[in-house]
Design a protein. Structure first.
Length: 304
């Protein structure tokens, strides 16, 4: 009942102001689209490399995969904004989303999200059935399992949501090689394990906002001490993964191991830092750089 006035302002019968580029990019969460596009491309690139196929000779597959993946991610994010339009006004970092300001109506958001997802899935199915099915799993896990179900009910929502975030490199690989060898699953596992420490750190930084919105994130339910322990456990789980990716070469194993150790050292130093939010910020920033460096290195080092 407390949010009824907010929702009324976004009634479909109203005439919302014209939506600009900034509003559109916020609606589809362009940052998430871009970061997932990096992992999708890496899976695609490595699949070409390991199968011996030529990248430029399969440019149609490349376009279908990258565009299809971008559209299903953007569409899923738009649907997430539609679902969360009752709690987004409460959280400072989401207060300017067009679904909150009323610049776009709920029905239009839903139509846009559905169109993007549908078009993206068609493009993925144009590569092969496996890539399309994985795309469906990614959309379902983010929109239904995470946004509609677990996000507001369970402290394990972050882990459940990690399924969708780990899907993009698998889509990229499957578009070229539907057999999905162990290396493809290592990319999935790497992304799955990376997400909890990344989002737990974000949740620590925004704990007051999540508490106000009644979202049961780990630091809200269990506190900072428990969250820090969980972050360290998840970072530690990253340590053995590079050794199962030895086909990428020794330089990659060394780089990945150094990045993992660096993340773990920063995490351990958190117990000496009394400012938990400052520590969480360092962990969050490191996680973003970690992902970008590691997946870019996979592409570059695989050439040599």
């Amino acid at each position: 009942m407390g949010n009824s006035r907010i929702l009324t302002t976004m009634d479909d019968t109203s005439s919302p102001p014209k939506i600009g580029l900034k509003d559109f990019t916020a609606l589809i969460k362009i940052g998430i689209v871009n970061s997932n596009l990096i992992t999708t491309f890496t899976g695609l690139w490595l699949a070409f490399l390991f199968t011996g196929n030529h990248f430029l000779q399969s440019i149609d597959i490349v376009i279908y995969t990258l565009l299809g993946s971008s559209l299903i991610i953007a569409g899923s994010c738009a649907m997430n904004n539609y679902i969360d339009r009752d709690i987004d006004p409460i959280m400072k970092r989401t207060q300017n989303r067009p679904t909150v300001t009323g610049k776009i109506s709920g029905s239009k958001v839903l139509a846009l999200g559905s169109t993007f997802v549908g078009t993206g899935l068609i493009l993925l199915f144009m590569t092969n059935i496996t890539a399309g099915i994985i795309g469906i799993i990614g959309v379902f896990s983010y929109v239904v399992l995470y946004s509609l179900w677990s996000k507001r009910l369970y402290v394990s929502n972050t882990i459940i949501g990690s399924i969708s975030g780990a899907v993009p490199p698998l889509i990229g690989w499957a578009a070229v090689d539907p057999s999905l060898p162990p290396m493809a699953w290592m990319l999935f596992l790497l992304m799955f394990v990376w997400q909890p420490p990344h989002f737990y750190a974000l949740a620590m930084r925004r704990v007051d906002e999540y508490r106000a919105a009644s979202i049961p994130m780990l630091p809200v339910v269990k506190g900072f001490a428990t969250t820090k322990r969980h972050i360290l456990i998840w970072v530690a789980l990253l340590l053995p993964i590079p050794f199962f990716m030895s086909s990428l070469g020794i330089p990659f194993i060394i780089l990945a191991t150094l990045l993992n150790i660096g993340w773990l050292v920063i995490g351990i130093n958190g117990y000496k830092n009394r400012d938990d939010k400052k520590w969480a910020t360092r962990m969050f920033v490191y996680s973003i750089n970690y992902l970008t460096i590691l997946f870019t290195a996979m592409v570059i080092l695989s050439v040599f």
